[in-house]
Ligand binder design. Structure first.
Ligand code: DQA
Length: 138
């Protein structure tokens, strides 16, 4: 099984960025731990701050991998282009968020991409990613 994780803007700053909201762990530190939870799954990782690069990556992997874990970060709340892309590809996409966006500002309560995704997991910290991969395994 091959799972692609795609992280959007500012998630390269995990561990440094607003640690009270997103925690103190960088994604580079977290990824080996996540991979250790799923020794039989190939977990590929991509991050970009650029909307078009996220779309290019979704298109590039979206007809061959078994599932995509997407944290589109702020583009979640704005990007019709990402929603269209998720609908265009064949791989199922699970939307994840580290924070519980529904406990935060009203503009974070709306997701442009949720309806195009298989499901949404939010609010479990970095464990949201593990739960998303778990959902694909089942
Ligand atoms: C986020 C939540 C978004 O609202 C925010 O813009 C992010 C991170 C999360 O993982 O909690 O950058 O997607």
């Amino acid at each position: 099984m091959t799972i692609q994780i795609i992280n959007g803007p500012n998630l390269n700053l995990l561990g440094v960025r607003e640690p009270d909201v997103y925690g103190c762990t960088s994604f580079d530190d977290f990824l080996p731990r996540l991979r250790a939870c799923f020794p039989d799954v190939q977990i590929d990782y991509f991050q970009s701050n650029i909307e078009g690069e996220l779309i290019n990556k979704l298109q590039a992997v979206g007809f061959q991998c078994d599932g995509i874990v997407l944290n589109a970060a702020a583009y979640t709340h704005t990007s019709i282009a990402l929603a269209d892309c998720i609908r265009a590809i064949s791989a199922p996409v699970v939307e994840v968020h580290i924070s519980n966006v529904h406990q935060r500002e009203a503009f974070r309560h709306q997701s442009m991409i949720a309806a195009a995704c298989r499901g949404v997991i939010c609010g479990f910290g970095l464990d949201s990613y593990r739960l998303a991969i778990e959902s694909f395994k089942r």
